[in-house]
Design a protein around this ligand. Structure first.
Ligand code: AMP
Ligand code: FE
Ligand code: FE
Ligand code: ZN
Length: 275
């Protein structure tokens, strides 16, 4: 049987793998298909596509957009995106700038707390246009200001902690539209993690195509619950590991996988939309 992991990150956002390393690990896991879903960027997709083609693995170009609706943060996965789409590229460039400014604000907050971390150190470590809190956490560990990543989030970076800075986000309805106009499918990421159940009907009205029912942080009960919700709203179902590389012990890639039949359903919907 063929399987796919549809939620993966690389160094182009807060993952630690290059696209080539990601594909190598996907191969080791025996995956037939992967989707790259970096935060607010599609930059890694070209290299991942080339690496996949070299080993006859199917590749789905994607992204994970950070959005909000009714004061709720929601991550929206876009699949089968046209990575050259100018509207998409312009829009995500703006949110990459937001991310970069937020890094400076978080560093300033840490400086206020007496931690002399420099924004330049975070940017050098991140080396990407879409930096996030994990890069600040890694820089804190690298510069020995803190023992490990978890502690960095617990003490400083988690929502409500002293160096947490809110992020300006695009509206979720706009996110769904943005993905659609770039030829993609819009899927709500890990609803169990962000507790976004209440906003599902609004997003469905806006054209949401599916829900990520299977995710590393979803229990079996949660997955079943979201399968029911997906069925109720006639939504597609996806799943993936949300692997960020070696940032946490062994890489998660392949530990959450969906049968290839799920990918076929996604492709059928994309094809239908093109008619
Ligand atoms: P940001 O997009 O900058 O708000 O950072 C969010 C990212 O940080 C998520 O995608 C995860 O990769 C990571 N993250 C969030 N919470 C934690 C945590 N408690 N420990 C480690 N990583 C986390
Ligand atoms: Fe992340
Ligand atoms: Fe996410
Ligand atoms: Zn993710």
């Amino acid at each position: 049987m063929k399987f796919a992991d549809l939620h993966l990150h690389t160094q182009f956002s807060d993952g630690t793998f290059t696209p080539e390393e990601l594909v190598l690990h996907a191969q080791k896991q025996g995956l037939a298909c992967i989707a790259l879903t970096d935060h607010d960027t599609v930059e890694g997709c070209a290299r991942a596509a080339t690496a996949c083609a070299a080993v006859q693995m199917e590749f789905i170009p994607g992204a994970e957009l950070t959005a909000e609706h009714a004061d709720t943060e929601v991550h929206i996965l876009g699949y089968f995106l046209d990575t050259q789409n100018s509207v998409l590229l312009e829009k995500i460039a703006r949110f990459q700038a937001v991310r970069q400014n937020r890094i400076r604000e978080m560093v300033a907050a840490l400086n206020q707390l007496g931690i002399p971390l420099q924004a330049g150190a975070v940017f050098a470590l991140a080396n990407c246009k879409s930096p996030g809190r994990p890069h600040v956490a890694r820089a804190l560990v690298k510069e020995k200001f803190i023992a490990n990543i978890d502690e960095a989030f617990e003490r400083y970076l988690k929502k409500g902690r002293p160096a947490w800075v809110p992020k300006t986000k695009m509206s979720a309805l706009e996110g769904v539209g943005l993905i659609h106009q770039a030829g993609g499918l819009a899927i709500m990421a890990h609803p169990g993690l962000n507790r976004t159940d209440a906003i599902i009907p609004d997003l469905v009205d806006a054209g949401l195509d599916g829900i990520e029912c299977f995710h590393t942080k979803h229990s079996t009960v949660m997955s079943e619950r979201y399968l029911e919700i997906a069925e109720k709203h006639h939504l597609l179902v996806t799943g993936g590991s949300d692997c960020h590389g070696f940032s946490k012990k062994t890489p998660l890639i392949g530990t959450v996988r969906v049968p290839y039949a799920y990918v076929e359903k996604l492709k059928a919907k994309v094809a239908e939309r093109k008619l």
